[in-house]
Design a protein around this ligand. Structure first.
Ligand SMILES: [Zn+2]
Length: 296
């Protein structure tokens, strides 16, 4: 049996705390999932919960394509024949999961990156959904959340529970991992502004506990982004190369690098360098075969 219990969040909305948060929405005697957990084992446990409740699985809506959120897709699709919905850009990664470690590494990835943490089992996407508006065939709404990944969405249920994917991290997660993966810093800051203006009953971050105070959680996430930005800027007071700035980030936030952390924190650092460079805060030069960053 599952290592966790489903938790009721609304009249027809449940949380399946598989490690990463999975949403369960009951509609017309069937289940719609928001994400599918990190691996086959998560998929198996979700299936046991749905069987115990006699809820056939009709659809999985993926907030985004990161392996920790789509890892149960392949198992659940094979076992139940459910359909899978995702936005166009995220679909590409779900159908061809080697794209995730390839994108993070910037080339064909070495074996160390081809694990279930970065490369899920492939599944098909049956329903490519727009990044905002009603999710066809359901009473759910998609809300665009650019920033963390290419075309991530949040999913809002009619009982006003917002599944925010990795657009928000729980406070307890921020305390442990103050530097989190970002693809587009400007997009993410706009997403946090938009989230702050929303009114919902409950917000469920992709990782961490659900909370009622969306504004406070968005504020805490913004503070973490701005702290990372300040640390990157401080590392560029003198001309510094990528590896030097990365080492500064690791020192400041007590990050221990592994192969996986190297591409996740490194990718995030590149996102900050793009943002600070586009804003005119930093400029880059090339010297003796090195790319150097410094205050503009
Ligand atoms: Zn995640």
């Amino acid at each position: 049996m599952p290592k966790w219990e489903p938790e009721r969040l609304g009249e027809r909305t449940w949380l399946l705390p598989t490690g990463v948060n999975v949403g369960l929405w009951e509609e017309a005697g069937a289940a719609v999932l928001v994400d599918s957990g990190g691996d086959k084992e998560a998929g198996r446990q979700i299936r046991q919960v749905l069987e115990a409740r006699q809820l056939p699985l009709r659809l999985i809506v993926n907030t985004h394509s990161n392996a920790d959120h789509v890892g149960g897709n392949a198992y659940l699709q094979k076992q139940t024949g459910c359909r899978i919905a995702a936005t166009r850009q995220e679909s590409a990664f779900i159908v061809d999961p080697v794209l995730e470690p390839s994108f993070l590494w910037g080339a064909s990835p070495p074996r160390e990156l081809r694990t279930k943490f970065l490369e899920a089992a492939p599944s098909t996407v049956d329903l490519v959904i727009p990044g905002s508006g009603p999710i066809p065939g359901t009473a759910l709404q998609a809300i665009p959340l650019p920033g963390h990944f290419f075309q991530m969405i949040a999913v809002l249920t009619p009982d006003r529970v917002l599944f925010a994917g990795d657009g928000l991290f729980g406070q307890e997660v921020l305390d442990k991992h103050p530097v989190f993966f970002l693809h587009d810093v400007a997009g993410h800051l706009d997403t946090l502004d938009m989230l702050e203006s929303m009114s919902v009953e409950l917000v469920v971050p992709g990782h961490g506990r659900p909370v009622r105070d969306l504004k406070a959680l968005a504020g805490a996430n913004r503070s973490a982004v701005l702290r990372t930005a300040e640390t990157v800027k401080a590392a560029c007071e003198r001309p510094a190369g990528f590896e030097e700035i990365l080492a500064g980030l690791c020192r400041a936030f007590a990050i221990e690098l592994t192969f996986q952390q190297y591409v996740l924190v490194g990718g995030t650092l590149r996102a900050f360098l793009s943002w600070l460079s586009d804003k005119g805060t930093l400029r880059s030069t090339f010297q003796d075969g090195r790319m150097l960053w410094q205050a503009a």
